[in-house]
Design a protein around this ligand. Structure first.
Ligand code: MG
Length: 256
């Protein structure tokens, strides 16, 4: 009798285990770009004061002084082929992104950029570029002068992560100034963050990011990822939108 009872228990337990194995749970919904974009609240619009053009400080690494692209290459290591004319470099969308030859950890970066007059397009398809810190984390560049988009994709956003605190855009044809102070992340041996990267972004003298913690890599679709890395280059984006290309001048960096 006792043996029969033990057998019944064993069968019941094994049936329950089988039922558990066969249970199916819903799979996560496939990510689409719009699932990580949000539009409100829109940051307030501020008119920047006048700032005269900076020249590089004595200890800075000059990345572009108006003469040539010798500090830059395409990501495959070949010559950078954006257009240089009249002290200004302009994105050549047929040539793709460019990266600095030198790699950096933490730094202070200064760069000036200009959206051409008569720019067309809307939302993300108007003067889109970007500066990637250590080739991983994008601070957005976009014509946000009278052009709304999802706020975590605006000029001065940590793209798809943190909106800027204000909209400090100058109008097309005028130069915008970015000063970016970046603290590189520290990783554990297992590849996760011990300390995430932090960034402060100032546009035309107005703080857009105030020591903002960067969550992880910039992803167009999906959420930031943790990817262990060391020093990395500065990358300037050649975005695929059909609007007229933007220009850069006076780029320098101070490793910290
Ligand atoms: Mg961009």
């Amino acid at each position: 009798m006792k043996r029969l009872f033990t057998l019944a228990i064993t069968i019941a337990v094994s049936c329950a285990a089988q039922a558990q194995e066969q249970k199916e749970y819903p799979k996560p919904e496939a990510m689409r770009p719009g699932m990580s974009e949000y539009w409100t609240p829109q940051p307030k619009v501020i008119t920047p004061g006048d700032i005269k053009t900076d020249t590089a400080p004595s200890d800075a690494v000059v990345l572009f002084d108006g003469k040539d692209l010798s500090a830059w290459m395409n990501p495959n290591g070949e010559k950078a082929e954006w257009t240089v004319k009249n002290g200004v470099m302009t994105v050549d969308k047929s040539k793709g992104d460019i990266v600095t030859r030198q790699k950096f950890g933490s730094f202070q970066l200064h760069l000036e950029w200009c959206v051409p007059t008569g720019i067309t397009g809307e939302s993300q398809a108007r003067g889109n570029s970007g500066v990637f810190l250590q080739d991983m984390y994008e601070v957005q560049i976009l014509d946000c002068f009278n052009n709304e988009t999802y706020v975590n994709g605006m000029t001065g956003s940590i793209y798809k992560q943190t909106p800027p605190l204000a909209n400090a855009m100058r109008k097309p044809g005028e130069w915008n100034v970015y000063d970016i102070i970046y603290t590189a992340p520290v990783f554990k041996e297992d590849g996760t963050y011990l300390y995430r990267p932090f960034v402060t972004v100032i546009q035309n003298g107005i703080v857009l990011q105030n020591h903002t913690e960067i969550q992880g890599t910039t992803e167009y679709i999906g959420f930031p990822r943790t990817v262990k890395h060391g020093e990395g280059p500065i990358r300037l984006q050649s975005h695929g939108d059909p609007s007229q290309p933007i220009s850069f001048r006076n780029i320098w960096i101070r490793p910290l």
